[in-house]
Design a protein around this ligand. Sequence first.
Ligand SMILES: CC/C=C\C=C\CC(=O)SCCNC(=O)CCNC(=O)[C@H](O)C(C)(C)COP(=O)(O)OP(=O)(O)OC[C@H]1O[C@@H](n2cnc3c(N)ncnc32)[C@H](O)[C@@H]1OP(=O)(O)O
Length: 300
Amino acid sequence: MASKAVKAPGTPRAPPGTPQDSGSPREFETLRLQREGGHVLHLQLNRPQKRNALNLQCWRELRECFQELSQDPSCRAIVVSGAGSAFTAGIDLSDFALLVADLPEDVARRAWGLRQKVVELQESFTAMERCPKPVIAAVHGPCIGAGVDLISACDIRFCSQDAAFQVKEVDMGLAADVGTLQRLPKIVGSQSLVNELAFTARVMRAPEALTCGLVSRVLPDKETLLEVALGVASAIAARSPVAVQGTKVNLLYSRDRPVSEGLHHVATWNMAMLQTEDIPKSVQAALDKKGPEDVPFAKL
Ligand SMILES: CC/C=C\C=C\CC(=O)SCCNC(=O)CCNC(=O)[C@H](O)C(C)(C)COP(=O)(O)OP(=O)(O)OC[C@H]1O[C@@H](n2cnc3c(N)ncnc32)[C@H](O)[C@@H]1OP(=O)(O)O
């Protein structure tokens, strides 16, 4: 039986705002992070006057937020939404110039510096993908450019009827470089559709997003969308974190590899994880005709 993590006597309680503290989550400038019940966190992109355009601070905060939530044992599922009338208007266009500011003059050093900045931006969304806690995107209104990159890194996507998705990068004169071109073809079954969207920047509305598999549910309005997304997050959070996080890690590992490698990985993974106390607890609950919601699983 695995032993429970017990805080050593005299260990100071984490100060409010640090991820270990299950009280108030950390405060950000461009994001709003709220705890919704026990183990669910709701992250809002929070620049509504700018339609949640992602400025450099926001990219940085997203990266930090997901790196911290990955380590936060009191977090088991995350919902990402946008404050105000849009999910996000994509990259903050007034910050575009900053990307090339202060770079050296020499072409090689300039290119190297710019590459580093692109990799840092990529990391903001890769941190969401790598976070072992499931991330649900709840999209309402416009979801443009970097917004599509962002939701492509999430595990589950729901939207409201008014959602409008646009792979807008070609209209800005660039090839999308923070995840859409790599992840969207794995989400949407049709490479032809992905190509069309990426070459033309055509707006895709909710019904088509549902049909093509970009989202798995369309809800009538933002309020219902958040209710449903938070409900699904609660259902995830009620289950064994050993099981849920192991499932995410292995789904992601297997996505880009042959079946044989995925099977090899999960066998090695479960050499350790099958020894969890969560299995006998879950089995006993099932025998007692109870659900996972009735089992108090220890933090992970
Ligand atoms: C290395 C590169 C990495 C990543 C690259 C990503 C590429 C992209 O993201 S491309 C996509 C760029 N985004 C856009 O082209 C969208 C531009 N915005 C709009 O089309 C509209 O604003 C809207 C999202 C459809 C919303 O329309 P509406 O509700 O009518 O609001 P507006 O009046 O247009 O805007 C309100 C307010 O927000 C400011 N704003 C909107 N989008 C952006 C943005 N992307 N960047 C900066 N600011 C934005 C707009 O200027 C208004 O500001 P005011 O101060 O009130 O004028």
